[in-house]
Write a protein that binds this ligand. Structure first.
Ligand code: NAD
Ligand code: IPM
Ligand code: MN
Length: 354
């Protein structure tokens, strides 16, 4: 029998609350299926750990994680620890250290989910954003010079390598080709004359190998406008690390809110474990109150099941989320309901067992 070993980093704020629900869903699915097992190993890493130990995870943290089949992450960051320290020491360290160079973020409006746009139907918002996840604006190369003087300055360099751009762009072309979808590249070559011009060139170059994929190229400012005004023009989207970060919060906003947006950090070669997480943060404003919506973290379980080759269950989880949204009986306050975080997994499981 297949056994999937999953490292769990629930993290900070609402992280532990939403992860608990995802764990309940995955354990019960394994029982219902009977054909595979899951084993969770919890790691207490995060901001509290940092305050005690002076580091977000142990120095050999990546070594500890490297043999797991997947990592399930809640959220990282909390007031009291500078965000660049907490994220740089855990989430971003894992993404980079495990070469999780693809960040797959579905922006899909399910039936029953709230949408702030007028005159759109579910078919109009159904895209998958392929975000570069290992370099670009997030490479964290730079310097602080002349601190404390009037000449003080900060330099932050984007790193766009041929290898890094090519592999994410190729992944997106493959996905678009496989699914018979259009591909949109979002960049900013009119202002960023080195990095984004390079990106655009590589998009055109790789595209020559995929003549059957219909493409569109947009500047990120215009693309943001079209996310709101005409989301149906997007199917598969490929973009840089920072633009992908920003666009997918916007994507979350048009597709049900932060409580419904999931993301998979993939190392497609499976040389290292991939990591699955809701895209939202630790939401200190609602933490510890049972108010957090765990559907994003449950959606990321669906992505994990897809990655394990159990797309049948991945699909059923999304359908169960959709049924929950349509029935409106068990929803958290962000979706207009009165249910608590911990009520959601049982409701999803009840639907899955019908
Ligand atoms: P956030 O995503 O935590 O919250 C933004 C808003 O969305 C808040 O009003 C919050 O209450 C709401 N929200 C988020 N998730 C929700 C959910 N599941 N259910 C209901 N409402 C939800 O973003 P932020 O406030 O900018 O960041 C808070 C902290 O989280 C910071 O330390 C930040 O660096 C960190 N962060 C971490 C991750 C991550 O670990 N992947 C992602 C984003 C932000
Ligand atoms: C996300 C988050 C992270 C990112 C932060 C917390 C570093 O916002 O996963 O979207 O910018 O990638
Ligand atoms: Mn983000």
């Amino acid at each position: 029998m297949d056994k999937f070993r999953i490292a769990v980093i629930a993290g900070d704020g609402i992280g532990p609350e939403v992860i608990e629900e995802g764990k309940k869903v995955l354990s019960s699915i394994a029982e219902l299926d009977g054909g595979f097992e899951v084993e969770f190993t919890d790691f207490p890493w995060g901001c509290e750990y940092y305050l005690q130990k002076g580091e977000m995870m142990p120095e050999d943290g990546l070594d500890i994680l490297k043999d797991f089949d997947a990592i399930y992450l809640g959220a990282v960051g909390y007031p009291g620890v500078p965000d660049n320290v907490s994220l740089g020491g855990l989430l971003l360290k894992i993404r980079r250290g495990f070469d999780e160079y693809i960040n797959l973020r579905p922006v899909k409006l399910l039936q029953g989910a709230p949408c702030p746009l007028k005159d759109v139907s579910c078919e109009d918002i159904d895209m998958i954003v392929v975000r570069e996840n290992s370099e670009g604006e997030y490479a964290n190369v730079g310097a602080r010079l002349y601190p404390g003087t009037p000449q003080e300055m900060a330099l932050q360099t984007g790193v766009f390598s041929r290898k890094g751009c090519e592999r994410v762009i190729r992944y997106a072309y493959e996905l678009a080709q496989k699914e018979g979808k259009t591909l949109t590249s979002i960049s900013k070559g009119n202002a960023l004359g080195y990095s984004m011009v390079f990106w655009d060139e590589i998009f055109a170059e790789v595209g020559k190998e995929y003549p059957e994929v219909r493409t569109q190229k947009l500047l990120v400012d215009a693309a943001s406008m079209f996310f709101v005004k005409d989301p149906k023009r997007f199917q598969v989207v490929v973009t840089s690390n920072l633009f992908g970060d920003i666009l997918t919060d916007l994507g979350a906003a048009i597709a049900g809110g932060m409580g419904l947006a999931a993301g998979a950090n993939l190392n497609p070669e499976k040389k290292f474990p991939s990591m699955f997480e809701p895209i939202h943060g630790s939401a200190p404003d609602i933490a510890g109150k049972g108010l957090a919506n765990p559907l994003a973290s449950i959606w990321s379980i669906a992505q994990m099941l897809d990655f394990f080759g159990r797309e049948d269950w991945g699909k059923r989880v999304i359908e169960a989320i959709e049924t929950l949204l349509v029935e409106k009986k068990t929803l958290t306050p962000d979706l207009g309901g009165t249910a608590k975080t911990q009520d959601i997994a049982p409701a999803i499981l009840e639907i899955l067992k019908r």
